[in-house]
Design a protein around this ligand. Structure first.
Ligand code: DAT
Ligand code: MG
Length: 170
C-alpha cells in the first residue's frame, strides 16, 4: 500500500451526449478506487484553455477547446462531469481502463476503444479525460476543484478572507 495517487477524470461532452455516464462509471469502478470529488461543470473558455495549455501550439488546439466545452452539442450536453479518484497506483490503473488517446488505437474493451471516434475534422472524441502523471494530476485537480469540494484534505491549504459577492440559496 505504498503508492496512493489521485487523478482527475472528466466525462467529456461526447460521453454526456451519448448517455454513457453510467457505463463509464461502471467501467472505472473496476479499479476499486475512492471518489473524493464529483460535480457537473459548464466549461468556460478560460478553464478549457488552462486545462489544455500544454497543447496550445498544436494545430488541433482550437477544436480541442470547442470540444471540451461541448460547443458542437449545445444544451443540455455542453458540460462535463468531473471526478477526483484516489487509491493505490490510481493513475496507471485508470489510464488502462480509459485506453489510448487515439480511439482507433485504443484497446477495444477500453472506454475510448469502445465508445470513442475520430470526427471527419480529425478531432479525437475520446469520451474521457484521465490525468497522466502525479504532477499533472495535482495541477488539474487544483484547477477543477476547490479544497472544500473534496472529501479529503489532499494538498496543503491556506485560509484567505474573500470579500467578493457569492451566490447562496435564496
Ligand atoms: P490524453 O488525453 O490521452 O492524456 P493528450 O494529453 O496527449 O492525451 O491530449 C489531450 C487531448 O487532445 C486528447 O484526449 C485528444 C486530443 N488530441 C491529442 N492528440 C491529438 C491528435 N493528434 N489529433 C487530434 N486530437 C488529439
Ligand atoms: Mg493528457
Amino acid at each position: 500500500m505504498g503508492n496512493i495517487q489521485r487523478l482527475l477524470i472528466l466525462i467529456k461532452p461526447d460521453g454526456v451526449k451519448k448517455s454513457l455516464t453510467g457505463n463509464i462509471l461502471t467501467k472505472l469502478s473496476e479499479a476499486k478506487l475512492t471518489i473524493i470529488g464529483a460535480k457537473a461543470v459548464k466549461v468556460s473558455r478560460e478553464l478549457a484553455s488552462e486545462h489544455y495549455k500544454q497543447l496550445q501550439d498544436k494545430p488541433f488546439f482550437g477544436e480541442l477547446i470547442d470540444y471540451i466545452q461541448g460547443k458542437m452539442y449545445g444544451a443540455p450536453y455542453d458540460r462535463v462531469f468531473a471526478f477526483v479518484y484516489q487509491g493505490e497506483d490510481a493513475i496507471a490503473r485508470m489510464r488502462k481502463i480509459a485506453g489510448a488517446t487515439n480511439p482507433e488505437e485504443a484497446d477495444a474493451v477500453s472506454i475510448r476503444g469502445a465508445y470513442g471516434r475520430i470526427t471527419t475534422k480529425g478531432v479525437y472524441e475520446n469520451v474521457v479525460h484521465c490525468s497522466s502523471d502525479p504532477i499533472e494530476a495535482e495541477r488539474e485537480i487544483k484547477l477543477w476543484f476547490n479544497p472544500e469540494e473534496l472529501t479529503e484534505n489532499v494538498y496543503p491549504v491556506k485560509t484567505e478572507k474573500i470579500t467578493e459577492e457569492k451566490k447562496v440559496w435564496a
